[in-house]
Design a protein around this ligand. Structure first.
Ligand code: FMN
Length: 224
């Protein structure tokens, strides 16, 4: 083979291999079901994030098709909804996390909040308000499995009230709201005893795992 033809052949083979790899990647992603967990504590990496991660780990173990992503809102700048100004984005960190919710293989979302005065955190409320962009021009989160968890400093500190607020907001997306498996029917309720080590709350950790399992099962069912 002439040197020039040989170079062209190698280039073409390289390009074909690249196309093949990209196609394989697209195939792999299409066969995956993504479950995104969102931790809505301003304290990055603390008990809410650890609880959502525990739920995601269990979700992932349910089926090899399931892939998971944790989005920790701690330290991120996310404001509540503002009236749109023509040609301008709000321009905060919400833009950075939005692509995960637009992923074509999104199957479910697990939303975790700390309990603040028996309600969700203002960061969680801001996130949910901004998620309203997913309602336009069509309800893009319709039929996605959505479950919630909350962490309080008291055993009965308002965890279920905070979960209910999240579920109510997500009904506005026609999302499929799910609780957890038995023992966590409303969602996962966790207790931080002040040590910031949520693994010490055996009951709460089990409820987080039961939530992850149920969201995964529902996502698999809904994706057919
Ligand atoms: C402003 C504020 C209000 C709180 N209100 C409650 C409450 O009503 N009930 C409760 O159980 N814990 C309450 N807590 C405690 C947090 O829910 C708890 O520390 C939780 O672990 C925080 O989550 P994080 O570790 O992910 O930051 C409150 C904490 C703050 C800062």
């Amino acid at each position: 083979m002439l040197a020039q033809s040989r170079r062209n052949f190698i280039k073409a083979a390289g390009a074909a291999a690249l196309v093949g790899t990209a196609a394989k990647k697209v195939d792999a992603i299409e066969n995956e079901i993504l479950i995104v967990g969102v931790a809505c504590s301003p304290r990055k990496g603390k008990t809410t994030a650890a609880s959502v991660q525990a739920a995601l780990d269990t979700a992932k173990s349910v089926d090899s098709k399931i892939t998971v992503e944790l989005i920790d809102l701690g330290g991120r700048d996310i404001s509540g909804w503002k009236p749109p100004v023509e040609g301008q984005n709000v321009g905060d960190d919400f833009d950075l996390i939005l692509p995960s919710f637009k992923a074509p293989n999104l199957g479910g979302i697990i939303i975790g909040t700390p309990v603040y005065f028996r309600n969700m955190s203002s960061l969680c409320a801001a996130f949910l308000e901004r998620l309203s962009v997913m309602r336009q021009p069509v309800l893009q989160l319709a039929n996605k499995a959505v479950g919630a968890l909350s962490v309080g400093a008291y055993r009965n500190g308002g965890q279920e009230l905070a979960i209910q607020q999240i579920q109510t907001a997500m009904l506005c997306h026609e999302a499929m709201i799910v609780g957890g498996k038995s023992g966590a029917f409303q969602g996962a309720t966790l207790w931080n005893d002040g040590s910031d080590d949520i693994t010490k709350d055996a009951f709460g950790m089990t409820s987080a795992k039961n939530l992850g399992m149920r969201v995964a099962e529902a996502a698999l069912t809904l994706k057919g």
